[in-house]
Design a protein around this ligand. Sequence first.
Ligand code: GLU
Length: 554
Amino acid sequence: MTDNQKLAELVFGDVDKTPEYYESLYPERQLPEGARVTRLAPSPTGYLHIGGLFMGLINRRMVDANGGVFFLRIEDTDSKREVDGGVEAIVTGLHDFGIIIDEGFVDNDTERGNYGPYRQSQRAEIYHCFAKKLMAEGLAYPCFCTEECLADVRAKQEAEKERTGYYGKYAACRQLPFDEVKRRIDAGEKFVVRLRSPGKPDGRITFDDGIKGKIELPENDEDFVLLKSDGIPTYHFAHAVDDHLMRTTHIIRGDEWIASVPKHIQLFRLLGFKVPKYNHAAPIMKEDNGGKRKLSKRKDPEAAVSYYAEQGYPADSVTEYLLTIANSDYEDWRRANPDLPHTKFKLNIKKMSASGALFDIAKLNDVSKNVISRMSAERVYDLLLGWARQYDRQFAELLSRDAGFARGIFAIDRGGKKPRKDIAKWSEAKDYCQYFFDELYRADYTLPEHISAADAVTILRAYKAVYNPDDERDQWFDKIKSICPSANFCPEVKTYKADPDSYRGHSGDAATIIRMALTGRMNTPDLCAIMRLLGTERVNARIDSAINFYERLV
Ligand code: GLU
């Protein structure tokens, strides 16, 4: 046995498996040519950032395009950041916004798939097995340097204007003789396991990033930590071991990891693993005081995916908005294919912006209004009711009391060439349909300035006398025209405009008076359809109330 092998036995005496064991436990996946394996690897902080959803979407779409597997791995090696039920928010957020997970965690406690465990805290023996292999080959070693000792080295490096880090002559524990290491371990001294990096200080590496293109960086010559003193792996080490054994083919992650790629490529090579294809995406940014910054969990409510669920943005709206951020040609595609589901759009990772896209809630609202305007009344009703059941119980009860009636509200002005675009999110829907429910209705009898209360009384009385709930739209409007002379309103708007002084108003004004009396609003969708849905009784009662109100002003 070499000293390195003896050392590996000393440090990892309890490891009873070999790398070959894991290689055969997690065999190459049998996937069709061109299929991909991607993953999302968040920490279970009880929070899903919109950037996490964005990454989830891109990963998912990469797999959907060519077949393969998208899995969710929980990176819980930093227990300080973990919260109870922390997986829940991630799984729920992905689920609410339509990201299907093929493998890994499907709820807080359940994982599925043959490449698990999918939670790093349950993979300790796997990491130790591969760390042992590196140590036996002389590629890893125990390091006893304390925090204070490392801080001293750093101070010295800074004073001498040297690059900071544990490398070359600064790697104090690199060449410790076996006997000394054994003595210190036997004495119970704490240690971490470091890589013995074969990198040269002047070496360079290049790799072809799927989003950013060719990238050249200094080779890694740092003896960075693989296992912390409690045996828990660092991100770098866990990334290499996990993504190899889970047979990930494409790493799509935030570009804050680019600087670490030299470490990662080195690790994959030293471990004898195939290097995956790296794709580093720019984060979603926010405009702030003329500058750009990342969307912050602390400052921006819209950073949390739960915000979109609470506000009631349909999953398709958020997805379509994220697709506009991901590929700038998405909007052209949508215009050319208004009726196709967004899943038909072929996301091209190469076309992703290399610098951070700006998050724009006004744009999201626009996209969402379009998405909702294309939905059928049934779908609007179902999604709205689902949202209301969770976030507005009173509204949910109203909506489900008479489903046919509620669906009717959303059928008005829907389905034509130019559907209305009034609603961007379900939390706006209650206000939108307020006048359909007596419980929500707030009358407002404010008239346009040029119309008097006395004229309103005349018009409303005359209208009540001719109103017939069965009238079709043309007939309905003819009736409004027919009552105009009673208040000296002009039935034809054109005629009125040619000679406004001869009239007190026109048929449009008459419709406004009726509209205000029935809905409390100056603008609404098709009033004729609204009246049909409101029904004779309600129409008459509201007209009577309005007449009462205006009479008191006369
Ligand atoms: N746990 C890492 C993070 O939260 C994952 C990065 C990666 O996707 O490799 O940023």
